[in-house]
Write a protein of this length. Structure first.
Length: 282
């Protein structure tokens, strides 16, 4: 009886060890967060640069859902993300006011530019974004718009409004909405030899430029701020608050900000961290 009991105990111990071996990877797989973000942070290659650094520091994997800002906020509202990282301050403020987001922080900025054919048939070249849009509309030159309720699209529409132009009146003729991200919209602009409104980060990483070049830049109105916030756990109890805040704390820390600043394409910096500067000013 003693021998049988000993053999049983050994077999049981072996089963428990085997079960533990299978349980460990599952536990490791659970250490992740979902970040709903813009296509520009993904398409520009920024996440490919900074997320491995964050994972090496914390062991947390970040799964990115790259959408236009409007879609990213809608995803977060449904509780399908733990963190939101987007670039439309008006929409972000509303998101927080409605109770869907908490602890919003500034992270980084770059700028928008208007690109178009090198020949510049609308004569837009310069620093005046509003004046450039007026010239494009007046000459009915083709213009490719995202039309996807993204942060970039929302900014573009604000500038058309400031120019006192309703581009929808030209929809289907000179004004073309792609209903897609920045990369596909730039592909459309390149194919049509059309003008387009884009963030600089995506433009610098975009390869299929064709005859397009940057024509309008340097206008202070074209400032493009990015913010990050936690999806409110009070709205969605399953939100991974601790790990989400680890990401937010890291990306606004000295290390995270340095990682953002270090990301360059052909020697050009795509995003400029400003979380530290804003904290000091607060």
């Amino acid at each position: 009886m003693v021998k049988k009991s000993t053999n049983f105990a050994r077999r049981l111990a072996g089963v428990l060890v085997l079960a533990g071996a299978f349980a460990l990877p599952v536990a490791a797989q659970d250490k992740f967060i979902v970040v709903a973000s813009t296509t520009s942070t993904q398409d520009s290659g920024l996440f490919g640069h900074i997320l491995p650094i964050f994972k090496a520091r914390t062991g947390i994997d970040v799964r990115v859902v790259a959408q236009g800002t409007g879609q990213a906020l809608a995803t977060a509202k449904k509780g399908d993300a733990d963190v939101v990282f987007v670039h439309d301050k008006v929409a972000e403020a509303k998101f927080v006011e409605e109770g869907f987001g908490v602890d919003r922080r500034e992270v980084m900025y770059n700028d928008f530019v208007i690109v178009g054919p090198k020949a510049d048939p609308a004569k837009t070249a310069g620093k005046d974004a509003i004046g450039a849009l007026k010239k494009i509309e007046a000459t009915k030159q083709p213009f490719a718009s995202r039309g996807d309720k993204s942060g970039t699209h929302a900014a573009e529409l604000r500038y058309w409004k400031a120019a006192e132009i309703d581009p929808q009146s030209g929809k289907g003729s000179w004004y073309r909405e792609t209903g897609s991200g920045m990369g596909p919209t730039l592909n459309t602009a390149s194919a049509m030899n059309a003008y387009a409104f884009t963030d600089r980060g995506t433009w610098l990483s975009f390869k299929n430029r064709g005859d397009l070049t940057v024509l309008v830049e340097g206008d202070t109105k074209l400032f493009n701020q990015y913010g990050v916030m936690l999806v409110n756990p009070a709205k969605h109890a399953h939100v991974k608050k601790e790990m989400g805040m680890q990401f937010i704390d890291w990306i606004t820390s000295a290390e995270g900000q340095a990682a953002i600043a270090a990301y360059k394409i052909e020697g050009q910096q795509l995003f400029f961290p400003n979380a530290t500067a804003l904290k000091k000013a607060a």
